[in-house]
Ligand binder design. Sequence first.
Ligand SMILES: NC(=O)c1ccc[n+]([C@@H]2O[C@H](COP(=O)([O-])OP(=O)(O)OC[C@H]3O[C@@H](n4cnc5c(N)ncnc54)[C@H](OP(=O)(O)O)[C@@H]3O)[C@@H](O)[C@H]2O)c1
Length: 337
Amino acid sequence: MQRYEVHFADDTPPFQLRDFQPPALAPRQVAVAIKAVSLNYRDLLVSRNTYFCPIENGLVPCSDGAGEVIAVGEEVKDLRVGDRVASLFFPHWQAGQADAQAISGALGAEGPGVLTPHFVTEASGLIRIPDSLSFEEAATLPCAALTAWHALFEAGPLKPGQTVLLQGTGGVSIFALQFAKAAGAKVIITSSSDEKLAQALQLGADHGINYRRTPEWQDEALRLTGGHGVDVVVEVGGPGTLERSLLSVRTGGRIAYIGVLTGLAGAANPMMLIPRLAAIHGIFVGSRQMFADMLQAIAEKHIRPVIDRQFGFDEVPAALAHMERGAHFGKIVIQVS
Ligand SMILES: NC(=O)c1ccc[n+]([C@@H]2O[C@H](COP(=O)([O-])OP(=O)(O)OC[C@H]3O[C@@H](n4cnc5c(N)ncnc54)[C@H](OP(=O)(O)O)[C@@H]3O)[C@@H](O)[C@H]2O)c1
């Protein structure tokens, strides 16, 4: 059997196929035949060894997988062979507020990930998925979708009629678009591409702004909200976009701080929060309970994850290159078996 492992060397791709022997199961462990994996921007950072924690050679990459349970340890009570499941990004964050233990061992960085046909984890690190979702669709949920859900509904309430500002058309932003529209909110979305903006409008976005042609997009966000500003910004750009987000948010609004697409450090001035009485919340994926609540909303609102493109298991380098080019709209999926 072959799985991907991270091996950093000058002249070879960082994610490499290697032979492995499936391990014996401990009493609380479950083996999953992974059917599909989705890529996140984070996996690109892992492949470049620029993610915020050290990456060990030999690590199995990627956090987001879905598949079928093929074996359970003797103490496992709540999962059975044949169950359809997805991975939890944070296998120890079950519910409530996070502490250091809850967010330890994140898959595909601190702990072994899912880019393997045979994934072994504690039963508590998996969540059942509904039959209405394909494995490919379910594999898009553990990181990007849950982060968007957390940003919109857990870090504060999102009320019908409120306005959300989204940046770009990658995985987190497109899920945030779908969730925000399903909750009756208005969406302003930015993109580098008019074609992608047209796709976002088709998905329900109310306004699109091309951030290349309109670099001062905060002015347009203010104009579109009658000068008031938006209620929530889903900040995936990071340091390079934060200042414009601070200028876009209404008095009493909030910024869900998520991403690092523009780098790790910058010069935005937090002083701007004061006259706006605004808040910035750090968002880090989410818990199993949030995942369960999100799955319920996905089922009730008939939300279908947007998959840009699927790649074969032997095409992972091409899939990473597709993500690096920013060519995608929504999610990129790897079919594993
Ligand atoms: N804190 C967390 O828990 C968490 C969880 C998930 C993701 N993240 C972070 O959130 C970010 C997005 O992740 P993702 O997986 O959704 O990425 P992704 O799918 O690769 O999305 C990237 C897209 O973002 C847009 N973009 C790039 N630079 C931009 C800029 N300067 N301004 C506005 N949009 C820009 C581009 O969209 P267009 O092509 O439309 O321009 C690009 O295609 C990453 O930094 C990731 O590490 C954090």
